[in-house]
Design a protein around this ligand. Structure first.
Ligand SMILES: *[C@@H]1O[C@H](CO)[C@@H](O)[C@H](O)[C@H]1NC(C)=O
Ligand SMILES: *[C@@H]1O[C@H](CO)[C@@H](O)[C@H](O)[C@H]1NC(C)=O
Ligand SMILES: *[C@@H]1O[C@H](CO)[C@@H](O)[C@H](O)[C@H]1NC(C)=O
Ligand SMILES: *[C@@H]1O[C@H](CO)[C@@H](O)[C@H](O)[C@H]1NC(C)=O
Ligand SMILES: *[C@@H]1O[C@H](CO)[C@@H](O)[C@H](O)[C@H]1NC(C)=O
Ligand SMILES: *[C@@H]1O[C@H](CO)[C@@H](O)[C@H](O)[C@H]1NC(C)=O
Ligand SMILES: *[C@@H]1O[C@H](CO)[C@@H](O)[C@H](O)[C@H]1NC(C)=O
Ligand SMILES: *[C@@H]1O[C@H](CO)[C@@H](O)[C@H](O)[C@H]1NC(C)=O
Ligand SMILES: *[C@@H]1O[C@H](CO)[C@@H](O)[C@H](O)[C@H]1NC(C)=O
Ligand SMILES: *[C@@H]1O[C@H](CO)[C@@H](O)[C@H](O)[C@H]1NC(C)=O
Ligand SMILES: *[C@@H]1O[C@H](CO)[C@@H](O)[C@H](O)[C@H]1NC(C)=O
Ligand SMILES: *[C@@H]1O[C@H](CO)[C@@H](O)[C@H](O)[C@H]1NC(C)=O
Length: 598
């Protein structure tokens, strides 16, 4: 809970927790919760081949950040890798503080052996999200973990309290490490088929003879008759996955922070970077264990068979092991319409309470006039000046060496970026270019963004700091007359949406969160190749209330490098930091104990 799980290694948890409680309230009255992330390499063999994996506090995947609406979270990240790192909080709408969103456009990287404390508030949010390292393809080696924002006690949830909760981090996986994968892209090649799918950092159960012996797989223990809330995140690199539990219904209840109209599915497509919650009732007869499956989607599934994650659902009264063939998805991807219909079925439950006691649907987004339209078209990778790059509207993004908001704040001369990102794709004969070009948006505008996928793979698009209403998706090219067919009533609001190849997805958003926010494709290979930009929203009457000031601990780099003071801990003492923390906590705990008894 309010403790870094680092400490939980040494059963001092309750003491540290009570100490944290004592000091744990902000002036605004919202609780504080603190985590320490020791980020390091460990060796693991999820697919039977030893490889280097990024762990947090020795764990892969990393610990859960478990908090409640409006909590202030701080995460002190100690970098024990040989590369700089940053963490981004996928789906968290950090208000007025893009300073805390760990992506290169807003933050200087944390150098090896340095630490940096993120501090952000989970303002007005509930639901299921995740964090991951945003630099250098590191996510392909791990470093991710779940974020749970619970409802405050006074806000009702639109279903009975589940008997338990389980998080699944599912994703495609390569046995090559992130440096090697970067090398593949840098040399102008596609990554090719992944080596497997991991479920919570573990490889597949031996469901057939193609799976090597001795692989550690995920087992989830459940009791018959109980209902569990299952949170599923696709933390993979680039593969859309179909998630299913043999013989069990998945009742979809939450989509990235919104309660949706509850709908049963036998299987569900989860695209890269997306999160969902399902209620699953253990209503089967336990004649055997059941398969939990996450398999590659929108590819030739015969060829991609090895890209299948298999875990085990084990009833406490189970009479035997799971066996036989895996269950197959009910929807057939060779019929694109049926696939798109599953996604279209996700509707907001307008009468349910969200983070506040009033109904989620009380904000009538459908009645607001659209102030601007941005059509962002993604194209397959191409060579620009000899390097393999991917583009949005003909631009492959180059991150400036000085983070943009920091450069604004310190008035870096000459400017490090341009505010001229085009709102329409270029004509077909315009050559693609490399630019640090971002969107100059108007504060309080109500915009529509059309993601148009001209690539050959399913992509998912994400905007940091915001959630948006997914009002329509269709095949072909978007045209203005499609606005008449938008769902203006109960569209789901989320932060990552899929866009099928040769298709478009339209989203609406209200530009009320000041800052510079990343717009990216979540498919890591395309993102790495430059398929991203930022949207800059500045309140012209800024008086310190809509944007927080730069935090005191902000790191400096690029043109502002000279402002950076050296950190006290050098590489030689780095390993001690965690232990010193522990010693300090133990001493404090003793002091607390002594004061109780004296
Ligand atoms: C998160 O915290 C709540 C209490 O605030 C607790 O009931 C729940 O079990 C915790 N979940 C996890 C995954 O730790
Ligand atoms: C590094 O960690 C220390 C505590 O160990 C903390 O006081 C300091 O603020 C952190 N540094 C940054 C830049 O956040
Ligand atoms: C990553 O893989 C490459 C190529 O296999 C290897 O040379 C390198 O040592 C690995 N890097 C790390 C940090 O393990
Ligand atoms: C979902 O399926 C379960 C089990 O079959 C059933 O009890 C429940 O009523 C269904 N719920 C909805 C909303 O369809
Ligand atoms: C248990 O359920 C399975 C799957 O629905 C079924 O095939 C089997 O016959 C059932 N066994 C018993 C003993 O009811
Ligand atoms: C999938 O690949 C197999 C083997 O190469 C091939 O026979 C089959 O036609 C392919 N299916 C589709 C739908 O392309
Ligand atoms: C919507 O939320 C309400 C709670 O306000 C709940 O009673 C109802 O069952 C939900 N409807 C659906 C379809 O999820
Ligand atoms: C929206 O636009 C319509 C037509 O241009 C106009 O009549 C209406 O007043 C506008 N509504 C708002 C809330 O600005
Ligand atoms: C290619 O590189 C040259 C030299 O660095 C530069 O002047 C030119 O603008 C680049 N072209 C593109 C399309 O980025
Ligand atoms: C950015 O947009 C604002 C209005 O929202 C405008 O005043 C400003 O001139 C624009 N800046 C540039 C460089 O286009
Ligand atoms: C969609 O737009 C692209 C780019 O302008 C064009 O090449 C293509 O033919 C269009 N597709 C359809 C189905 O109209
Ligand atoms: C992409 O655009 C090209 C022309 O610009 C068009 O020929 C092609 O059909 C499009 N492909 C997809 C998947 O949209």
């Amino acid at each position: 809970m309010a403790v870094a799980s680092f400490f939980s290694w040494f059963s001092v948890l309750p003491l540290v927790f009570s100490l944290a409680l004592l000091s744990g309230y902000s002036l605004a009255g919202d609780p504080f919760i603190s985590y320490v992330f020791e980020v390091s390499y460990i060796t693991a063999s999820p697919l039977g081949v030893p490889q280097q994996v990024i762990a947090i506090n020795g764990k892969f995947p990393g610990p859960v950040i478990n908090a409640t609406t409006n909590y202030n979270v701080d995460v002190n990240v100690f970098n024990r890798l040989d590369e700089p790192i940053l963490f981004t909080w996928n789906g968290i709408e950090i208000q007025g503080a893009s300073w805390q969103d760990g992506v290169l456009g807003t933050n200087c990287p944390i150098p090896p052996n340095w630490n940096f404390t993120y501090n952000f508030q989970l303002k007005d949010q509930i639901g299921s999200f995740f964090y991951f390292p945003s630099l250098n393809f590191q996510k392909a080696s791990g470093g991710f973990g779940p974020i749970i924002i619970n409802n405050r006690d006074l806000v009702p949830i639109p279903f009975n309290k589940p008997d338990g909760e389980i998080s699944f981090m599912i994703g495609d996986w390569y046995t090559q490490n992130h440096t090697a994968l970067r090398g593949v892209l840098d040399s102008g090649n596609e990554l090719g088929m992944p080596d497997g799918v991991l479920i919570n950092g573990k490889g597949p159960y031996k469901y057939n003879t193609n799976v090597p012996d001795g692989i550690q797989y995920e087992t989830v223990n459940v009791d018959p008759g109980k209902t569990y809330r299952i949170r599923v995140h696709n933390v993979g690199i680039s593969t859309s996955l179909n998630f299913r539990i043999q013989n069990h219904k998945l009742l979809l209840i939450e989509t990235e922070g919104r309660y949706n109209s509850q709908t049963n599915f036998t299987d569900f497509d989860i695209h890269v970077g997306q999160s969902y919650s399902f209620l699953v009732t253990m209503d089967q007869n336990a004649s055997s264990d059941y398969y939990i499956v996450a398999s590659a989607r929108f590819v030739n599934e015969t060829v991609w068979q090895r890209v299948t994650g298999v875990g085990i659902l084990h009833y406490s009264n189970s009479k035997g092991q799971a066996s036989g063939p895996l269950p197959v998805p009910a929807t057939d991807v060779s019929h694109p319409w049926s696939v798109m219909n599953q996604q279209r079925a996700i509707k907001q439950n307008t009468s349910a309470s969200g983070a506040r006691p009033n109904p989620q649907g009380s904000y009538h987004y459908g009645q607001i006039n659209i102030t601007s339209t941005y059509i962002l078209r993604s194209m397959p990778p191409t060579k620009i000046n000899g390097t393999f790059r991917a583009t949005l509207n003909g631009i492959s993004f180059l991150n400036p060496s000085t983070p943009m908001r920091l450069a604004d704040k310190h008035r870096v001369k000459g400017g490090v970026y341009k505010l001229d990102f085009p709102d329409r794709p270029p004509s077909d004969n315009t050559p693609p270019r490399l630019e640090s070009s971002i969107i100059n948006a108007t504060y309080k505008g109500f915009i529509q963004v059309i993601f148009q996928n001209n690539d050959t793979k399913v992509q998912s698009f994400h905007i940091d700091g915001y959630s948006f209403y997914v009002v329509a998706m269709d095949f072909g090219n978007w045209t203005e007359d499609r606005e008449g067919s938008y769902n203006n009533w109960d569209a789901i609001s989320r932060s990552t949406v899929e866009v099928y190849p040769g298709a478009w997805t339209a989203v609406l958003l209200s530009l009320d969160n000041v800052g510079v926010w990343n717009i990216r494709v979540q498919n890591l290979d395309r993102w790495y190749l430059g398929q991203e930009t930022y949207i800059r929203i500045i309140n012209p009457e800024e008086n310190g209330s809509t944007e927080m000031d730069q935090p005191g601990n902000a790191l400096y780099c690029g043109a502002l490098k000279s402002l950076q003071k050296d950190q006290l801990h050098s590489s030689a003492t780095s390993l001690l930091d965690g232990k010193l923390n522990l010693v300090f906590s133990l001493v404090m705990a003793l002091v607390a104990l002594v004061s109780v008894f004296c």
